[in-house]
Design a protein around this ligand. Structure first.
Ligand code: DGT
Ligand code: CA
Ligand code: CA
Ligand code: ZN
Length: 600
């Protein structure tokens, strides 16, 4: 389903393309229609769904011709007229318009005079000093364009959850400590723990909103203030990351948190349920009747004023103070943020059948860590002590094997020596933690393993990994890993797809086939908690859960400081709907080992 903003964007771009072709009047009409759609209280798809073309024509500024275009867009997801215009004018409008200060008129000029069709052309022209010579531009605007290009480049990709969360927590914490602030909490995709983040969203309840905003827009990390208002401000940090802060009234806190946590698709589904009940859900609350005047005020953001708010609250508010209250009013179970993607969680919540997700404090062990025996930086004992500190009951030492020569991978002789050392250490630690003997054994080209079975059979935890030949065909790669899984000593496949988020695609492999082979062979698949990996990804975790394939959540620590750094892995597991029962290292040592040895 298309959102109002998406429909408005297409209409606006049509106007801009027409403007570039010097078509009279029409551009203005499309711009007006875009604004009207943007400001609609209800979703334009819903309006069309209930009232058809006629209802679209009733939107102010939307005539027959534009209504028909919206209809085509909603029905097919595409619009021929728009596509044709785009083809006729080979200018990447939406990218160019992201540069501060560039509108359709100046983009037209740049295209006509300098042939600038996209950001690359723009950069070339600016660096060559050509833009300052254009009429209506100058040295200043050329500089501004170069700045704008730099910002876009910096913020171009999405950010890793692992790099964003510490910043998000930090800002949240600082806001919370300000005088007058009752609550400050991270919402948006960061609260849903999505693996990559577009921007940080933070909600604040405060008696002194101006003070909170003043602090926020003046934080030392702020590179630029994008918007600053009484209730909503946005900044760009010097890291390139954008942060939005909104101040909301306590009465609406739950509704606002729900709205700004998203996902958008989850929100839309909830709102539809409200409409079915004859209610109305928005970021201000859940309301019994659609008091149009009140809603109008809300839309303009004036609702923050106490008087307007309490008037409406007394009139028709059903819930809004907490998220729990809202879900309860719907007759639903509370939905954990990590599940809010509208991929089936709403239906389960209605039936009170949501899975009980593995908790952030549920892990009892860590099954992948490396030490200074290979490419880790700390000793086995350091790692064990760090694990004790992290509250773990067991830790597996899984150093690399000899084929991974650059890490000083262990051969047969050295790993046997390491096993002896672990025996000694376990005695020394006197039961404070159980150090398990393990390996991260390389999978060779033909699917055989880098250590002989005689050694593997002596280990507590055998992990197998692909570290080479990433470019095999899908069939070869899949067969290779399946063969390793068929080895009766292999307990876990570590980082099963080999991806590095934003840096490296996974190798070609049929994960569905790996999952069914894991089921058949009793092999565990890993959820690697490294911020760059988070491998398996959420979709695959769900498939494992459905197939009854067990998983482990491992830190892949290469230093003591990284041991127990499992939060991101747990978050990923929760996004994949995993329960404690699905995660072997959420189990007691005894049960976990029994599964490892008995599973095959
Ligand atoms: P991101 O920032 O791209 O990683 O993803 P989000 O989910 O944080 O998205 P963002 O920052 O654009 O907006 C925060 C939340 O606000 C989003 O999860 C849901 C809500 N929201 C934003 N735009 C819309 C919209 O057009 N309709 C609805 N229903 N909700 C929206
Ligand atoms: Ca966001
Ligand atoms: Ca945002
Ligand atoms: Zn390593």
């Amino acid at each position: 389903m298309l959102s109002n903003l998406e429909v408005a964007r297409v209409l606006r771009e049509i106007g801009e393309y027409l403007e570039m072709q010097n078509v009279p009047f029409k551009p203005r009409a499309y711009e007006k229609a875009a604004l009207a759609v943007e400001e609609l209280e209800n979703n334009v798809s819903e309006i069309y769904g209930s009232g058809g073309l006629k209802a679209l024509e009733e939107i102010p500024g939307v005539g027959v011709s534009i209504a028909e275009k919206i209809e085509e867009l909603l029905k097919t997801g595409k619009l021929k007229y728009y596509e044709q215009l785009k083809k006729k004018t080979p200018v990447d409008l939406s990218s160019l318009a992201r540069i501060e200060g560039l509108g359709p008129k100046s983009i037209k000029k740049l295209y006509r005079e300098l042939g600038v069709a996209d950001l690359k052309d723009l950069e070339k022209a600016a660096r060559a000093g050509k833009i300052r010579k254009l009429e209506g531009f100058g040295e200043k605007s050329e500089e501004k364009i170069i700045k704008g290009l730099e910002f876009i480049e910096k913020a171009g990709g999405r950010f890793l959850l692992g790099s964003v969360l510490p910043t998000a927590y930090m800002i949240e914490e600082r806001l919370r400590e300000l005088p007058g602030v009752e609550k400050a909490v991270v919402a948006g995709s960061a609260r849903r723990r999505k693996e990559t983040i577009g921007d940080i969203d933070i909600l604040v309840i405060s008696k002194k909103p101006a003070a909170a905003m003043n602090y926020f827009t003046n934080m030392p990390e702020v590179a630029r203030v994008l918007a600053s208002g009484e209730t909503k401000s946005s900044v760009k940090l010097s890291s390139g990351l954008n942060v939005d802060v909104r101040v909301v009234p306590a009465e609406s806190y739950g509704a606002a948190l729900n709205y700004f946590t998203g996902s958008k698709d989850h929100n839309v589904a909830l709102r539809r349920i409200a409409v079915e009940k004859g209610w109305k859900l928005n970021e201000y609350g859940l309301f019994k009747d659609a008091d149009q005047r009140g809603l109008h005020a809300e839309r303009r953001g004036k609702i923050q004023r106490k008087s307007a708010f309490s008037r409406r609250e007394s009139a028709s508010m059903i819930a809004g103070r907490t998220e729990e209250e809202i879900y309860r009013a719907f007759g639903m179970e509370y939905v954990e943020p990590e599940m809010r993607e509208n991929t089936g969680e709403i239906e389960l919540a209605q039936k009170h059948k949501l899975p009980k997700l593995v908790g952030y404090g549920d892990l009892r062990g860590d099954l992948q860590t490396q030490t200074d025996w290979t490419d880790g930086s700390d000793s086995i004992e350091d790692m064990a002590r760090a694990a004790i500190k992290a509250g773990l009951e067991y830790i597996a030492i899984t150093d690399h094997t000899k084929r991974l020569a650059m890490t000083g991978g262990l051969d047969e002789k050295r790993i046997l020596k390491q096993m002896d050392e672990i025996d000694v250490l376990n005695k020394k630690l006197g039961g404070k933690i159980k150090v398990l003997k393990g390996t991260e054994c390389d999978i060779l080209k033909d699917g055989s393993l880098d250590l002989p079975d005689g050694v593997l059979s002596k280990l507590d935890v055998v992990g197998a990994s692909v570290h080479s030949l990433f470019n095999l065909s899908e069939a070869e790669q899949t067969a290779r890993i399946k063969k390793a899984m068929s080895n009766p000593h292999v307990d876990i496949v570590f980082h099963p797809t080999g991806r590095l988020i934003n840096r490296r695609e996974p190798y070609k492999v049929n994960v569905e086939e790996l999952i069914s082979h894991a089921k058949k062979t009793g092999t565990i698949l890993e959820i690697n908690a490294d911020a760059n990996r988070l491998d398996l990804k959420d979709d695959y975790i769900r498939k494992c859960v459905e197939a009854g394939v067990k998983m482990s959540i491992d830190s892949d620590a290469h230093s003591a400081g990284q041991v127990g750094f499992l939060e991101l892995g747990i978050a990923q597991a929760r996004r994949g709907w995993a329960t404690k029962d699905d995660i072997v290292n959420a189990w007691s040592l005894e049960k976990m080992l029994k599964f490892l040895k008995g599973g095959k």
